[in-house]
Write a protein that binds this ligand. Structure first.
Ligand code: MN
Length: 320
């Protein structure tokens, strides 16, 4: 998916300033946007919280009834310096990209796109498509040593699942309780889908030196004692070895965590760089048809890049 801001600003992310080394419970407030016929809640970056480990972008969309709607319609757009993770609970989306991938994505299958130095992709609800669309789009920042790696796409339909009473945890990326996702990672991190049954009370084993956040996608849950409604995300900091979870109804959560991302990066629109000049070059390359390649088979025009901000990035002050 794409950042839909019409006038995005440069945003500096990374570094240790905002990382809590000890457990905290910080509720993140979403920003609402719309994506065709689907409402999107942007949880990351949000006011006061820009990254959780290398996770740098979290959009939650739906569940929406799209029976009589086109559903997701995201024209070709570029990415650089990051990986995208597509994760559905309901619906079906067709991914096409400029390395030639044409892949339908179904619920609880991993679509992992590594942009490296540059890739372009489009995402559309399939025709016909299921009545409901519900999912999340996540980005992972690539570390400096790997940010210019070759673009690639992976599809994993069979991910490891950790079972415990009342819990089925699908490991999307990284490892959880000894189970490891086949998806390629470049920094120590984890992404896991936690399906909880009504009445479940579990203590999830986690890494003390990872910071974590949990997004509730559906159901009525308690994460470390904090009641979370669907569409809410709780930042948890680091310093835990287990995470208490309760479900007051059947529920679906996303656990995101990782080692704090030490490098400072600049995010703008769908691009990540280390300097504003790199972002400007990336934008120009997209607008002139260079570097990012062509998405074949998409019926429509590619997405134009928004204008660059008129003012340069301001030095970053405290955000909390
Ligand atoms: Mn995208």
């Amino acid at each position: 998916m794409s950042d839909l801001d019409l006038r995005p600003d440069f945003r500096q992310c990374g570094g240790r300033d905002d990382v809590s080394g000890s457990p905290v419970r910080e509720l993140l407030h979403p920003r609402e946007a719309s994506l065709g016929s689907t409402a999107v809640r942007r949880l990351l970056p949000s006011l006061g919280r820009r990254m959780v480990g290398a996770w740098c972008f979290v959009d939650h969309f739906g569940p929406d009834d799209i029976a009589d709607e086109p559903g997701m319609q995201v024209p070709p757009h570029p990415h650089m310096g990051l990986q995208t993770v597509s994760w559905l609970h309901e619906g079906e989306v067709l991914h096409r990209d400029s390395v030639g991938s044409v892949q339908p994505l179904r619920p609880r299958q991993l679509g992992l796109m590594t942009s490296g130095r540059g890739i372009a992709h489009a995402e559309q609800s399939t025709v016909p498509h299921p009545r409901l669309l519900h999912g999340a789009q996540l980005w992972v920042a690539l570390p400096g040593a790997h940010r210019n790696t070759a673009p690639a796409f992976e599809h994993h339909a069979d991910l490891p699942v950790v079972m415990a009473p009342g819990l089925a945890a699908t490991v999307i990326l990284g490892g959880l309780d000894g189970a490891v996702s086949p998806g390629k990672t470049f920094t120590p991190l984890v992404g896991a889908d936690l399906a909880l049954n009504e009445g479940a009370a579990v203590r999830l084993p986690v890494e003390r030196d990872f910071e974590y956040a949990v997004l509730t996608m559906s159901g009525d849950t308690e994460v470390d004692g904090v009641r979370l409604a669907p569409g809410s995300m709780l930042y948890l900091g680091a310093g835990r070895s287990e995470l208490p979870l309760r479900a007051h109804s059947d529920a679906g959560l996303l656990l995101l965590g990782g080692e704090p991302f030490e490098e400072k990066i600049i995010m703008w629109w769908n691009l990540i760089g280390r300097t504003q000049a790199e972002i400007t070059e990336g934008r120009e390359a997209w607008m002139s048809g260079d570097r990012f390649g062509t998405v074949r088979g998409y019926d429509g025009a590619p997405m134009p890049a928004p204008a660059l901000p008129a003012t340069a990035l301001k030095p970053r002050g405290r955000t909390r």
